[in-house]
Design a protein around this ligand. Structure first.
Ligand SMILES: [Zn+2]
Length: 181
C-alpha cells in the first residue's frame, strides 16, 4: 500500500510562492530505507506526518535565497536491544535547509553554514529528504524506557531485610582491619 500523495517531484519555488506549508502523511512503507529497520513488516503502515514550508529570504547584496523548513513526526517500531521485544521509537525532525545552485557551492559553504545546504532541483524529492532526516533521528540503540518482560528490581527492594540485620560492609571492613593489628 502506498499513500496517494507522494511528494517526490515537488516544485519548491511554487511552494514558496504559494506561501502555505505542504502538510501530509506518508506511511513507513513509502520509506523503504527506514522500513528496512522495522522487524515486523505488518507495522510498516505506521504513519509519518510531515510539514514542509518553503520561503524566499532576502540575502544582503545578492539574490534572495530559497529556504525549506521540514518538520516530521513518526513512531518507528524497532526491536529493543535489551529485551528484543518491539519498541516503538518516537522520532521527530525539525530542520532548516538552504538551497544553493550547485554541489560545488554547497561544499564550499558547508563548513560555515549552521543550516544544511541542498542543491535546488526543479523537481525536488521531499520524500527522500524526509527519509534521510528520519534515519538520522533514529536512536542508535533503540530500547524501552522500562522493558515489559524483565523483572522489576525496584519492586523487590521492599522485601530486603532491614538495614541493621547485617553489618554495614565498611563496618565489617573496619573490624577486619582491627583484628589484623
Ligand atoms: Zn525492552
Amino acid at each position: 500500500m502506498t499513500s496517494p500523495t507522494r511528494p517526490t517531484r515537488l516544485n519548491l519555488t511554487a511552494l514558496a510562492q504559494a506561501g502555505a506549508p505542504l502538510a501530509g502523511q506518508a506511511i513507513l512503507a513509502d520509506l523503504p530505507r527506514l522500513a528496512a529497520d522495522v522487524p515486523d513488516h505488518a507495522l510498516a503502515t505506521a504513519p509519518v506526518s510531515y510539514r514542509a514550508t518553503a520561503e524566499w529570504r532576502a540575502n544582503a547584496g545578492a539574490d534572495p535565497k530559497l529556504w525549506l523548513h521540514l518538520q516530521a513526526q513518526a513512531e518507528v517500531p524497532l526491536s529493543c536491544q535489551r529485551c528484543l521485544a518491539p519498541a516503538a521509537q518516537a522520532v521527530e525532525v525539525d530542520q532548516w535547509f538552504r538551497f544553493v545552485a550547485t554541489e560545488a557551492e554547497a561544499e564550499a559553504q558547508d563548513d560555515e553554514a549552521e543550516e544544511d545546504l541542498l542543491v535546488l532541483e526543479p523537481q525536488f524529492d521531499l520524500l527522500a529528504l524526509l527519509e534521510d532526516e528520519l534515519l538520522m533521528a533514529l536512536p542508535l540503540v533503540p530500547m524501552h524506557e522500562q522493558c515489559p518482560s524483565l523483572p522489576s528490581f525496584q519492586a523487590g527492594e521492599a522485601e530486603l531485610p532491614p538495614e541493621d540485620a547485617k553489618p554495614h560492609p565498611f563496618a565489617a571492613l573496619a573490624q577486619l582491619k582491627k583484628k589484623g593489628h
